[in-house]
Design a protein around this ligand. Sequence first.
Ligand code: ATP
Ligand code: MG
Length: 283
Amino acid sequence: MLKIAVQKSGRLYDESLTLLKSCGLYVDNGMDQLKAEVRGFPAEVYFLRNSDIPQYLEDGVVDIAIIGENVLYEQKVGVEVLVKLGFSKCRLSIAVPKNMHYDGIESLHGKKIATSYPNSVQKFLDEAGVLAEIHIISGSVEIAPNIGLADAICDLVSSGSTLFKNGLEEKEIILKSESCLAANVASLNTKRDIINDLVFRIESVLKARDNRYILFNIPNEKIAEASAVLPVLKSPTVLPLIDEGWSSLHSVINVKDFWDVIKNLKKIGAQGILVVPVENMVV
Ligand code: ATP
Ligand code: MG
């Protein structure tokens, strides 16, 4: 049995469960349950508070966790990051009031910085050789400068709109973070096969998300030209159509190339272009 920790509610919850489901792990989660059974995989899911997960993981209470890299960094735990999962992207940044004079990290010297991430901030200041006072608060850090509690803040930022609304400007990025799959070090040995199996499933799902299956019809004399437009792993599949002189080309393309490919194919004279999402991709 693989014990998997997932945030009990909050920013990571939905996408964590969606990812597990795409990997064939169906979690029977009655709300308010600490532990849930999983169908389709020899595992059980533990719903825990975000900030509790690193310690449970290091101690081996759970084998695997879906957690933000920023939390692992803050708590300095000895666990292993296996895969980055691409959601809950954010950065841990220092921000100061718009009207504060700021020309580099040295401007923080002697200042008071409010944060919920004291270890990460301290490390950053130490490395820069700056002495500042850290004031720990657990929530609503962004209002601290406005109520005179601190000169600057350090908090997680994604769009930046919270900072903007509070008259703050982002000045230093301490860390870029996203959700990841992390493992207890001992479990990597004792449960190697099952962990590898899960990682394999996750990687194939993540890869699939970036790709599309594309098929279209093209006159035979244009096949070479159309193939050249497709940035593919291998040459496209060519199937003859009943219509004399026409073929159907099938291929897989990355989403980042998507609109360019479509535009070029239209130019060449492709017809009936169909694009299908890919659910799993094992390359
Ligand atoms: P708990 O589960 O104890 O309530 P929490 O309040 O830290 O923990 P969330 O606010 O849901 O939980 O945030 C969880 C994680 O989401 C963060 O640790 C971070 O990795 C990620 N995240 C992404 N963008 C942001 C953001 N703009 N602000 C805060 N967290 C973010
Ligand atoms: Mg919370």
